[in-house]
Design a protein around this ligand. Structure first.
Ligand code: AGP
Length: 370
């Protein structure tokens, strides 16, 4: 086992640091200057069927659900097709409507999650086109879906999913580029994102340099009882996923929250003790996040702000927040960058709190029972 971990102490740590490589293999042979080529969607004109769909339904659990949520804004923008989000168990509990005119997109690292597979059976019975996005070649998900894309992130061993999350987002961005490739009006935007994908592994290497800074941050949070993470837009999913990592491995209560909902309840929790991470990197929501930060500071909030490089004084003019500066990339790829400091934070918090990183209490890598 130690040989497989190489110079790392834990699989989670290794898998976090592997991301420049795993993202490269996810994109290998698929991202060209001229566009994106996804072999798994080429046959039988699946792309055309997806384009004609009345709705895309993204279905998954845990981190895989969060990856789909991160991709949703870009998929809607590039395809013009509305996207509905479904946690697999909730879709089953409600027996929510799925139609023949829907494309159901199933996201699962293992391809063996019981709820996701049952939701797949349900969508197949209801006549939807079923697309699988998984890391596991030959898994039940890849065998039972009509078509799909493997994320090719390499074997993930740590129970906490890290490199699969970033590869899932990238695959969904590539799917959006492929589905939207017939639209002339989005050509310039598509080209910009393709350029951004090519540079993504080097930007990920850059953000991984925050490791020591995240360890220091973790040591300042070690005794906290709770940690809130506020995000919105592309980075609402980052808030949910960052909080999921913290609670899953560091065994600390943590909640990801939609910053737009702050005044509708969460604001009551704010005081000088509760640590709050606010994600405020550059995108269309930036000025709204600046005002969220001001409102939190006026309630004496203990803030840690994640911002784009060079933006420290723009997000926190008073200098009273702790700031994490990350490289700025295309808005729809920013969640891939922004989750990495939070993965590092969760990892270091776990080690410092003395918990089992790779095998968290009560959890299994793949949840194969309901
Ligand atoms: C991720 O850190 C979790 N271990 C968990 O939420 C996981 O993502 C979920 O169980 C879904 O697994 P899957 O991707 O294999 O379907």
């Amino acid at each position: 086992e130690q040989i497989k971990k190489g110079s790392y102490d834990h699989f989670m740590q290794k898998e976090i640091h592997e991301q420049p490589h795993s993202l490269t293999t996810t994109m290998r042979g698929r991202v060209k200057d001229s566009g994106v080529l996804l072999g798994g969607l080429k046959e039988k004109e699946y792309l055309k069927t997806i384009r004609r769909s009345r709705r895309l339904v993204f279905i998954g659990c845990g981190t895989s659900y969060n990856a789909a949520l991160a991709a949703r804004p870009f998929v809607e923008e590039l395809t013009g097709i509305p996207v509905t989000m479904e946690v697999a168990s909730d879709l089953l509990d409600r027996q929510g409507p799925i139609y023949r005119e829907d494309t159901a997109v199933f996201v699962s690292q293992s391809g063996e999650t019981a709820d996701t597979l049952l939701a797949l059976d349900y969508a197949l019975e209801n006549g939807a086109l079923c697309v699988g996005i998984t890391n596991t070649v030959g898994s039940t998900l890849s065998r039972r879906t009509h078509c799909g894309v493997h994320i090719n992130a390499g074997c993930e061993i740590g129970v906490a999913s890290t490199k699969a999350y970033t590869s899932q987002i990238v695959v969904m961005v590539m799917v959006a580029l492929a589905v939207g490739s017939d639209q002339i009006s989005t050509q310039v935007r598509r080209q910009a994102i393709i350029g951004g994908l090519s540079n993504l592994p080097s930007n990920v290497s850059e953000v991984l340099k925050l490791d020591t800074e995240m360890k220091e941050l973790a040591s300042s949070l070690i005794d906290s009882e709770s940690l809130l993470v506020f995000g919105r837009g592309y980075n609402y999913a980052t808030a949910l996923e960052g909080a999921l990592k913290v609670k899953e491995v560091a065994l600390m209560h943590s909640e990801g929250m939609l910053a737009g909902e702050m005044k509708h309840g969460p604001l009551a929790l704010v005081d000088e003790n509760l640590p709050i991470i606010v994600i405020a990197t550059r995108d269309a929501c930036f000025s709204k996040q600046q005002s969220v930060i001001q409102q939190l500071l006026s309630r004496k909030g203990r803030l840690i702000v994640m911002c784009s490089k060079g933006d420290a004084s723009a997000v926190c003019p008073s200098g009273s927040c702790r700031v994490i500066e990350v490289p700025e990339v295309a808005d729809c790829l920013q969640p891939v960058i922004n989750i990495i400091p939070l993965q590092l934070l969760a990892y270091h918090l776990t080690v410092l709190r003395g918990f089992d990183v790779d095998q968290p209490r009560n959890l299994a890598k793949s949840v194969t029972t309901q």
